[in-house]
Design a protein around this ligand. Structure first.
Ligand code: SAH
Length: 239
């Protein structure tokens, strides 16, 4: 695949300048040269054919010669509320969520959660979204919402097609048929210590459906990606 670079503003002219991390990638990782052909995307759903025109120590000028809307999004809006794991597993989760097409991740603060995402962490996660989108070809960025307390989120989010993943819940596969034609699905995955009984009851009281993924206990990131793929398959296959 032609190398992809992210432009952090809407591309509206036929001359674009890359700087910061994207220029670094082009100059020092790809060793870009004048005349190289690349693809630019700006998160608007389009991709742009462009040619390198000029290189300096920290920026790259490109001439845009083609614009095309290329849709690589899922047929549904998939929101994932998750008590983030730590370190490398957090990075893995974000990368895979982008790859499988999750629309939005909401970092949740739960009773037993450990990772409290501050501004720096969110900034890093958003950068990881860009890196993963460059690699997998998405032209819209998965959003990382500001952190939210679980009980606030479950109370305020529409409970239609909203599922809380819990090991003792009835099998998610039982819900597959009722998902036909859904345009939006919301998932909620807990911390390593699991949801407290109070948290599960509060979500149920708010109308959420509690579902399980089988007899084994999965890591946060495994549960999140498995559930995302399951629901996507259910919605797509029953259309
Ligand atoms: N000891 C905890 C396990 C937490 S695993 C407990 O018993 O709840 C971290 C999170 O991943 C869980 O809160 C849940 O949202 C999800 N998860 C892990 N395994 C799961 C399974 N088999 N079914 C549904 N959700 C699961």
């Amino acid at each position: 695949m032609t190398h992809r670079f992210f432009v952090d503003h809407q591309i509206q002219t036929d001359c674009v300048t890359l700087d910061g991390a994207e220029a670094h990638h082009m100059l020092h990782v790809m060793r870009g040269k004048v005349g190289d052909e690349v693809i630019l995307f700006d998160g608007s759903g389009c991709e742009f054919g462009a040619r390198v025109e000029r290189l300096s120590r920290s920026s790259v000028e490109l001439a845009v010669h083609q614009r095309q809307a290329v849709d690589r999004e899922l047929p549904l809006a998939l929101t994932l509320g998750v008590a983030l794991p730590k370190g490398e597993r957090q990075k893995w989760l974000i990368e895979k969520a982008v790859e499988v097409g999750v629309t939005s991740v909401v970092p949740l603060m739960t009773a037993r959660g450990v990772a409290q995402p501050n501004g720096k962490v969110l900034e890093r996660l958003r950068r990881q979204v860009i890196e993963a989108s460059k690699q997998c070809g998405r032209n819209r960025l998965m959003t990382i919402a500001d952190p939210c307390r679980l009980e606030v989120w479950t109370a305020e989010t529409s409970s239609e097609s909203a599922f809380l993943l819990h090991p003792s819940g009835p099998p998610l596969s039982d819900r597959c048929e009722m998902l036909g034609g859904q345009k939006a699905v919301t998932l909620c995955v807990g911390p390593e210590g699991g949801f407290t009984d109070d948290e599960v009851h509060a979500a149920e009281a708010a109308g959420w459906d509690v579902v399980g993924l089988g007899r084994r206990i999965l890591r946060i990131e495994t549960a999140a990606i498995t559930a995302a793929v399951w629901f996507t398959a259910c919605v797509s296959s029953s259309k």
